[in-house]
Design a protein around this ligand. Sequence first.
Ligand code: NIG
Ligand code: FE
Length: 359
Amino acid sequence: MDLGGRVVLPGFVDSHTHLIFPSSRAAEYEQEIAGATYEQIAKKGGGILASVRKLRRMGPAELKFGAHIHLRQMAAHGTTTVEAKTGYGLDFSSEVKMLEILRELRLEQKLDIATTFLGAHVVPPEYKGRVDDFVDLVARIWIPYIARSGFAQFCDVFCDRGAFTVHQAARILTAGIVCGMTPRIHADQLARTGASRLAIRLHAASADHLEKIDRSDIRALAKSEVACTLLPGCCFHLGLEHYAPARALVDAGAAVALATDFNPGTSPTLNMQMILSIACSAMRMTPAEAIAAATINGAYALRRHARVGSLEVGKFADLAAFDVDDYREIPYYFGVNHCSLVIKRGAVIFDKSRTMKIS
Ligand code: NIG
Ligand code: FE
């Protein structure tokens, strides 16, 4: 194929998304702009629980339709592999509804999807004040069922202030390990709870967020095999100044990955090119470091680095072409989609010249 001298990269591996959600929360965005914090909104019944209430009522066809549209948009922005979490159901049937949608999506469209069970996203309203009972239910009943059904490769917990403690997260993730699921953790985003240390202890595939880690955590993560997945779309969208210490992590030798965290509360973008721009400008990563973090290191965070994440003989032909002369122009000209052609496993799935026709 003659691509006319365009830049070609491995397709992006977006290793942290909350792909399936019922609708935007644009009204909360306006409250945040006016000064309310993410945690204040959550305390008033907004935030994750607002999405949970809506998702429980919604039929699977409607939810799947929304996810299909988002997957097509991801492909059109150069993403060829995506991780997707549950966690807006929080009761058994709604979590299984999300898992079934993800199973169908894997067959119905071209992007590779890695599924993560995030049953412990927040405490569901019916377990308010009985958190340990909920943890017990997830660890003893839900996880063995989900593992037996082959629904999810990974198990995740939102281990943070206002969500689950390190002790509760350890219980859930250990139950997942026993059943053959690989752990990954939402760690140290709102407060330094020690979640990234738990990730190391449990040999998690990845510790994600890491805004609040300290110097000793950075050293420990760099020595470990845990991928450090940074999600700077959250700080950007919420208008926070304190980004994760990307520079220190890279310099210490950690495996830093970048992902969108695509979700309706903290990071409503599915565009990995925008994440590259934020990573470079706000976290001082170089364009080359950011691209490696969004491709091969994202693949490592999903433990799929033998098949995707780089252009090498023996791997899938997953690639994205960009309408720029120099790879550095992808983050530099920020906020537009430079992607013009996407190939997944050797087949064209997006071609801009065919006016947005995406298969
Ligand atoms: O990764 N931190 C927890 N979960 C998401 C936010 C989800 C939401 O607000 O709906 C995150 O930032
Ligand atoms: Fe997340």
